[in-house]
Structure formats: structure tokens, C-alpha cells
Ligand binder design. Structure first.
Ligand code: DAK
Length: 258
């Protein structure tokens, strides 16, 4: 994890930290950076000591989109051969919770990266948007799909077509942002939440994440079948026995993820 150039990583308690680190260009996402983010997410996903990952940006923005310098002269065939979207797809395979802490701009690919997180905390001055329409392109890393699933067709089209930025408070009202926080408290509050999540039963968190995402694609009936299997599976975990025993013994449970 030490040879990253575009991001910083660390572990604090049971929380993995990924910080986008190109502040001079507002953390514009170049290919290398996305690759490093995905590598770090996967590494944290495998590590026993990490239960939650927090993703944030250094400087005055979360990320102002894909790196326009890098993509300006791109052509479709080269992009196809490079298969860059594969990295983005791998974010959806992360099993542990990923919490985004957004301040400043989250635009274009930066908004898409935020939408790929499981939950978002946002500074109340954060701005979200898809300016692609002003560049002659459109969201291509999940934006049209994830935003529409979250806020519905009408509002999604409004923002994608106008390219207008959305305030953090609007994003919270629309259900994109989970919690609004004063900018100076953003990391502290996100970490506090992540730390509390890290004390919950890890398999419960993991299986409920899977089941909730199924709700976005499956029918209610199919989703409920999936939910039921995960629910039953948890009864084969030590943590289920520990959680219920602790309740009866009137003490706090100690979960191991087993
Ligand atoms: N790319 C490259 N450089 C960027 C950048 C970006 N997206 N955003 C900002 N910068 C650079 C600026 O050029 C400037 O650099 P210097 O001039 O100082 O060298 C520096 O960051 C500071 O920015 P500003 O001086 O512009 O700062 P302001 O506060 O005045 O304005 C702003 C902030 C966020 C409103 C403005 O910087 C801006 O409009 N930025 C561009 C926003 C944008 O259009 N983003 C790109 C959307 S398209 C893909 C996956 C995803 C995507 C594409 C492909 N594949 C897997 C193939 C996604 C596409 C997009 O995101």
C-alpha cells in the first residue's frame, strides 16, 4: 500500500482511510488514481483488521471529475481497448461498507465516485453535479444509473441535462447524502460513524449490504428470497450466538466476524 502516487491510505482503529491526493487539480480523477482507489478498497476489503473504509479528498474538493487533460484527446476505440470501466465496476464488488466524506466539489466522475459509496456524509458547503453536458459528453461511470435509482427519473434528468450543481442540503433532501455536517467536523463525524459501524456484527453488515443492493435490481419477491437466505446464513455465525447471548446477559456483545 506504500507505493500509491495519487492517493494516501492509512488505518485508524478498524477503519481504512483513502484520501484522494491531487489537490492542485481538485483531485481530478485520472486513470492511475481510479486504479489506486480500487486497489486500496480491495486491500481493505481483504484485511481482517479493517471493517469500514472512509473515502475523502484532500484540499478544497472531493473530486472535480475525471481528468479533462487526460481524456480530452481520447477516442472511443482506444477507450474500449483500455477497458477503463473495469476498475469502476470493481468498486461494486467491495463487500465492506464504504463511507464517502464529501466536501467542496463532487462533479462528474467525482459525483459518480461518491455515488458508488454506500453512504455519504457531506460538508454543508459541498456541491454535487454532472457538468458533462457542457463538455459534449455524458456521465459514463454509473451516474445515469445510480442517480436515477436514488432520486428518480425526473430529478436525475434535470441535473444531468442542465449540468447545474446541487447543494449539499438539496442532496440530503433528495436522499443522496445521508448526513450533513459542518465542514470542519466532516472527517471527525464520518470517522465517528464509521467507528460505530465497525463495532456492529461484521457479517450482519456485509449480508445486509448485499441484500439492500439486490433491492435496486430485483423484484420484491426475488429480493426477499435473497434476504431470507442471508438472514438464515447469519444463524450459522458465532456472532449471532454472541449477540443474543450478550443481550440475555445484559452486556455489550463482542463481535469477531465469524
Ligand atoms: N480535470 C482536470 N483539471 C481540473 C479539473 C478536471 N476535471 N477540475 C479542475 N481542474 C484544475 C483546473 O484546471 C485548475 O488547474 P490550474 O489552472 O490551476 O492548473 C485547478 O484544477 C483549479 O481549478 P479552477 O481554477 O477551475 O477552480 P475554480 O474554483 O475556479 O473552479 C470548478 C472549480 C470545479 C468549478 C472548475 O475547476 C471546473 O469546472 N472543473 C471541471 C469540472 C468538470 O467538468 N469535470 C469533468 C466532468 S466529465 C471515464 C470515467 C468517468 C468519466 C469519464 C470517463 N472512464 C472510465 C473512461 C467522467 C467524466 C467527467 O467527470
Amino acid at each position: 500500500m506504500d507505493n500509491f502516487m495519487m492517493i494516501e491510505t492509512g488505518v485508524q482503529g478498524k477503519i481504512g482511510l483513502i484520501t484522494l491526493n491531487r489537490p492542485k487539480v481538485l483531485n481530478a480523477l485520472n486513470r492511475q488514481m481510479i486504479h489506486e482507489i480500487v486497489q486500496a478498497l480491495e486491500e481493505f476489503d481483504r484485511r481482517d483488521d479493517v471493517r469500514v473504509t472512509v473515502l475523502s479528498g484532500k484540499g478544497r474538493a472531493f473530486a472535480a471529475g475525471a481528468d479533462i487533460e487526460e481524456m480530452a484527446d481520447e477516442d472511443a476505440i482506444h477507450m474500449e481497448w483500455m477497458n477503463q470501466f473495469a476498475d469502476w465496476d470493481r468498486i461494486s464488488m467491495i463487500k465492506k461498507p464504504v463511507i464517502g466524506a464529501v466536501h467542496g466539489f463532487a462533479l462528474g466522475g467525482g459525483f459518480e465516485l461518491a455515488l458508488a459509496c454506500d453512504l455519504l456524509f457531506a460538508a454543508d458547503q459541498a456541491q454535487f453535479g454532472f457538468p458533462e453536458v457542457n463538455l459534449g459528453v455524458m456521465p459514463g461511470a454509473g451516474g445515469t444509473q445510480r442517480l436515477t435509482k436514488l432520486i428518480g427519473k425526473t430529478k436525475a434528468l434535470e441535473y444531468i441535462w442542465t449540468g447545474e450543481t446541487m447543494t449539499a442540503s438539496k442532496a440530503e433532501k433528495l436522499g443522496i447524502v445521508s448526513r450533513l455536517v459542518a465542514p470542519e467536523l466532516l472527517i471527525e463525524e464520518t470517522m465517528r460513524f464509521a467507528a460505530s459501524l465497525a463495532e456492529k456484527a461484521p457479517l450482519s453488515i456485509r449480508f445486509s449490504k448485499e441484500a439492500v443492493y439486490k433491492a435496486l435490481d430485483y423484484s420484491v419477491y426475488e429480493g426477499m428470497q435473497y434476504e431470507r437466505k442471508n438472514f438464515s446464513l447469519l444463524f450459522s455465525s458465532e456472532d449471532q450466538k454472541e449477540g443474543m447471548r450478550a443481550f440475555k446477559e445484559k452486556r455489550l456483545p463482542l463481535f469477531k466476524g465469524k
